[in-house]
Design a protein around this ligand. Structure first.
Ligand SMILES: Nc1ncnc2c1ncn2[C@@H]1O[C@H](COP(=O)(O)OP(=O)(O)OP(=O)(O)O)[C@@H](O)[C@H]1O
Ligand SMILES: O=P(O)(O)OC[C@H]1O[C@H](OP(=O)(O)OP(=O)(O)O)[C@H](O)[C@@H]1O
Length: 209
């Protein structure tokens, strides 16, 4: 029985491939530097490489059985899916950051730049605040530096990007890591193969922190 897995390209895949290899899956074709997107060499595991926000689109349409993607994406898209395993890779966290002169108690409506408008909106709702959301696609740290926004909601791992852009963390929101999610029908039809994969990954994933 073949399991088809969508991997979020970039950091997520880079950090997950060693886990999949340790779980006994031959990832050599995926480790080669190439522009290939579809990997069907192994009869047991087929892989597709997609942009992180597209993982759930492939999963929810049943094109793939399993998705491997950051919990930042899962939280932002908020679809119904079976989130079966925290792979504990791709660890980072959501933060609220800005220039040091930012006043979290400013009386005017805050302008918040982010790649994650739903997560940011939910955070400010819990603070009882109505903010103006500015959705951007990257280089988020630039928004308060240029005056386009008062602050940002973004992810940080090492803190290097914040530091090099002289931004300060004003609040830490939720932790982020890579998760394995499963299509509802696949879980019924391929239960045993999925269960075996999860058990193998549980044995090799990093320790809980
Ligand atoms: N320091 C980090 N910064 C951003 N994402 C991280 C970090 N550490 C882990 N991640 C995870 O990696 C995913 C993003 O990976 P990556 O930055 O390679 O993709 P991308 O943002 O789509 O890439 P690009 O900006 O090159 O198009 C996030 O969804 C998150 O779960
Ligand atoms: O704390 P650090 O280890 O410095 O990592 C955080 C940075 O990484 C991400 O950006 P990414 O590399 O995805 O680039 P982007 O600006 O194009 O989104 C994130 O949006 C931060 O800018």
């Amino acid at each position: 029985m073949t399991l088809t897995i969508a991997l979020a390209k970039g950091r997520t895949t880079e950090q997950v491939l060693p886990l999949l290899s340790a779980a006994g899956i031959d990832c050599t074709p995926l480790q080669e530097k190439s522009r290939r997107l579809l990997f069907t060499d192994d009869p047991d595991f087929h892989f597709v490489l997609v942009k992180a926000p597209d993982v759930l689109t492939y999963l929810n349409r049943g094109t793939v059985d399993i998705g491997i993607v950051g919990s930042d994406i899962l939280e932002e898209q908020g679809h119904q899916q079976f989130d079966l395993l925290d792979l504990r890779t791709g660890r980072c966290r959501f933060i609220l950051a800005s220039t040091p002169d930012f006043d979290p108690y400013q009386t005017s409506r805050k302008r918040i730049a982010t790649k994650y408008p739903h997560i940011a909106q939910r955070y400010f709702q819990t603070q009882g605040e109505d903010v103006e959301m500015i959705k951007i696609e990257g280089s988020v740290e630039l928004a308060p530096l240029t005056g386009m926004a008062d602050a940002i909601v973004d992810i940080t791992e090492t803190g290097t990007t914040l530091r090099e852009n002289h931004l300060k963390v004003f609040a830490t929101l939720t932790p982020v890591s890579t998760h394995l999610v499963v299509n509802r029908l696949a879980l019924k039809q391929k239960k045993f193969a999925i269960y075996q994969l999860i058990q193998a990954l549980k044995r090799v994933r990093p320790q809980e922190v």
